[in-house]
Design a protein around this ligand. Sequence first.
Ligand SMILES: Nc1ncnc2c1ncn2[C@@H]1O[C@H](COP(=O)(O)OP(=O)(O)O)[C@@H](O)[C@H]1O
Ligand SMILES: CCCC(=O)OP(=O)(O)O
Length: 357
Amino acid sequence: MKILAVNPGSTSTKIAVFEDLRPLFEAGVELTDVRRSAFAAVLDQLEMRCALISRALSEAGFAEDAFDAVAGRGGLLAPMPSGTYLVNDAMKDYLTEAPRGEHASNLGAFIAERFAGRSGCRAYIVDPVSVDELSDVARISGAPEIERGSLVHALNQKAMGRKAAAAFGKRYEDCRFVVAHLGTGVTIGAHDRGRIVDVIGAKADGPFSAERAGGLPVDAVVELCYSGKYTLAELRRKLLSGWGIVSYLGTRDLREVLKTAEGDARAKLVLDAYVYQIAKGIGELAAALDGKLDAVILTGGMAHSRELVELVGRKIKFLGKTVVLPGENELESLAAGALRVLRGEERAKIYPTGEYA
Ligand SMILES: Nc1ncnc2c1ncn2[C@@H]1O[C@H](COP(=O)(O)OP(=O)(O)O)[C@@H](O)[C@H]1O
Ligand SMILES: CCCC(=O)OP(=O)(O)O
């Protein structure tokens, strides 16, 4: 089975072609800030991202009408169970309205449908960022009107949990991990025997990231809301992708931050604060698992940085084993979800009910 996997991230569009799970081709098309800022809304990037994918496939010699399935990374949908979902109108309508915010991963369903149409095959999303497996106790925010929810790099976090479990000779469903996905976005998940029971990071409720604020004093946010400085839409966009490292140093690229920090005290302080907050977040979620961990897993693009891994590792070594699995297995996991459905090993689900197709 030939499967196209598409992962639109905040600063890159990653694609891969698989024959079953054997990778035939992989490419990452970085998006410059200029290119991204040319679009008022994330979904406006659809044609540009599809054109970049078409060019990459063409240059690699892949016809666009030869796929048996196309799997895209899912976006900020309504809270939903883990699984492989058919792209449908309800999903596209929700992502178009974007009540939970605009995010690059919202493009995944639209891109998958576009390329599936060219092959006459089905389009799927797998384990979107809106997978919500929080425990009841984790949902209590302290304010009855406000319930904590889950936005997480579920696809990669679960993939790396499975990878680490296999390395330990165990099943993911029998392990306890704290997984820190250090991409352009940062989410840290407490994985308790196959379920992500608590999450921080994607909603200004944990470490800040390359483009997202960390835990903000709520009273200051309330003041900002009523200051007239931002509209609701502007503030929501800032919360999702307008603060973080880039708002201090003008770059989302950790490699640039590391280089600048060598000679610039302010950059060094921001880098130290980033490391500090990631370590604190990992410690917080280790407590969510009563400190009973098989390992802490560091993943995402930034886990390629030996310097960052070393800085964070020093602060969390009291928690035991740290497994570093840089980058992400998102493309392979997308293909794996579609392949399970094509082989009849898993039934595709229907959004939003989660019923089986
Ligand atoms: N080899 C590397 N060394 C250090 N940082 C890296 C490396 N590769 C990628 N990064 C950093 O990872 C971040 C992007 O992570 P990634 O998971 O690819 O993001 P996205 O959320 O866009 O998919 C960027 O800040 C980039 O600088
Ligand atoms: C909203 C959570 C997912 C996320 O942060 O994705 P990116 O790392 O691609 O921004």
